[in-house]
Design a protein around this ligand. Structure first.
Ligand code: NDP
Ligand code: MG
Length: 401
């Protein structure tokens, strides 16, 4: 059967790489739906080229822009709006496969809708697992959805799992796994003096040494909060306690992660730092399909290095480990406050070093109360509350500078 793919966030870095892989494998898959938030012209080009049947845009103004940008002899796709449109499309009967590649907690509701509709979900977005991993994994189990991690590290671990442990949403760690070894490049500031971090600019933070990514995840990689989010992501995907997830700094980004078994064997997945590999793995599974990458020259690479992360230089990583050990509310606040902090940092309203301060403050405020986060509405409420706390504090920090 030809897969019919819905790409949530098609204009982003992951979205564009997904379109590239689909175009290389037309006999196996086709685009059904695309979505964008601000890059509406690009969406129109993508829809014309891929012959998408449906597009989702945020509001009426974007709908108008889409119509005026449409410049193709082919029929215009159906246009749906907002979160409701995203949810409806992710659950659409005509869709077999959903690539969840919207950035931030905005992906939670549509990804959940895909899970509830029992789709094959290629999950690039990590923020939805951080905010509501329990709910999401339960929905995957309850509705027989097929969940494939696309985040390169988790995709690597998935590839290193025994077959019977794949395509499941486990409630307990696979019994013979001792440890997950989550590799981290260390980002652009791996060796930057801690004092100098105070003055780094958004352009420096977005200049990742190995990966080309969207701006939000690039800043997350620079603070290593990205690795913290990935620890929480691994916890939910593989039902692994925080103590059994070790972050290993590996500056070359060639070993994408490893699984250490009871007998001492460590299985690793290696590859070039290009997201088309995990995307092709997810789209092709259980087969291997072309991704557009050539051969990797190990001889030229010469060496692979591994070292311990520096929690002093990267306090966000520690905050994430602590949040995971502490509570779901802390994880919701960690993610929400980070989204606000990164936005303020990218707009040059707060400093890079304020990001960790803002997250720590928001978690502390949120944790003064207790919450029942077993329903989506409660998670979304707390997410909004944490955003407000973070915004208020960001404005205070801004005024102080
Ligand atoms: P980008 O910023 O490049 O793209 C984000 C996409 O989401 C765009 O299509 C954007 O639309 C859309 N979008 C943004 N805000 C909203 C919103 N509020 N509602 C609906 N759609 C929205 O991000 P990336 O592709 O880099 O990352 C996407 C996700 O994948 C993130 O969760 C990230 O952590 C994860 N990921 C990314 C990797 C990478 O290499 N890039 C690696 C591993 C994980 P528009 O552009 O039109 O505004
Ligand atoms: Mg990653």
């Amino acid at each position: 059967m030809i897969q019919s793919v819905c790409i949530l966030g098609s204009t982003g870095s992951i979205g564009q790489s997904t379109l590239d892989v689909i175009a290389r494998n037309p006999e196996k898959m086709q685009v059904y739906a695309l979505s964008a938030f601000s890059r509406i012209k690009l969406l129109a080009q993508q829809a014309a080229q891929s012959r998408a049947k449906v597009v989702v845009v945020p509001d009426e103004a974007a709908l108008k822009s889409f119509k005026s940008a449409w410049n193709s002899p082919h029929p215009m796709p159906e246009i749906r709006l907002g979160t409701e449109g995203l949810k409806q499309t992710a659950a659409d009967a005509a869709v077999t496969t959903v690539m969840a590649a919207i950035v931030g907690a905005a992906c939670l509701e549509p990804a959940l809708a895909a899970a509830q509709a029992g789709k094959r979900i290629l999950l690039a977005n990590k923020e939805s697992l951080v905010a509501a991993g329990g709910l999401f994994m339960q929905a995957v189990r309850d509705h027989g959805a097929q969940l494939m991690p696309i985040d390169s590290e988790h995709n690597a671990m998935y590839q290193c799992l025994p077959l019977e442990a794949q395509c499941s949403a486990p409630t307990a760690p696979y019994p013979t796994i001792q440890r997950l070894l989550l590799t981290a490049s260390g980002g652009p500031f791996r060796q930057t003096d801690a004092a100098a971090l105070h003055y780094v600019t958004p352009a420096q933070a977005c200049n990742h040494p190995n990966w080309s990514m969207g701006r939000k995840i690039s800043v997350d990689s620079a603070t290593m909060l990205n690795k913290g989010l990935e620890v929480i992501e691994a916890h939910w995907l593989f039902a692994m306690p925080a103590e059994k997830i070790q972050v290993v700094v590996h500056p070359q980004s060639i070993v994408h992660s490893m699984v250490e078994y009871l007998d001492g064997s460590i299985l690793a997945q290696l590859g070039q730092p290009d997201m088309r590999t995990p995307i092709a793995y997810g789209l092709g599974y259980p087969e291997r399909i072309p991704s557009g990458l050539g051969l990797m020259d190990l001889m030229q690479l010469g060496r692979l290095d591994f070292s311990e992360p520096d929690f002093h230089r990267f306090p966000c990583l520690k905050l994430a480990f602590d949040a995971l050990k502490s509570s779901q509310a802390a994880c919701v606040a960690l993610n929400a406050a980070n989204e606000i902090a990164v936005e303020y940092f990218l707009n040059e309203q707060i400093r890079y070093t304020d990001i960790a301060i803002l997250i720590a403050h928001s978690i502390e405020q949120v944790e003064k109360n207790t919450y029942d986060l077993s329903h989506l509405d409660a998670v979304l409420d707390l997410d909004e509350q944490a955003r407000q706390i973070a915004k208020q504090y960001a404005n205070t920090l801004r005024a102080a500078h």
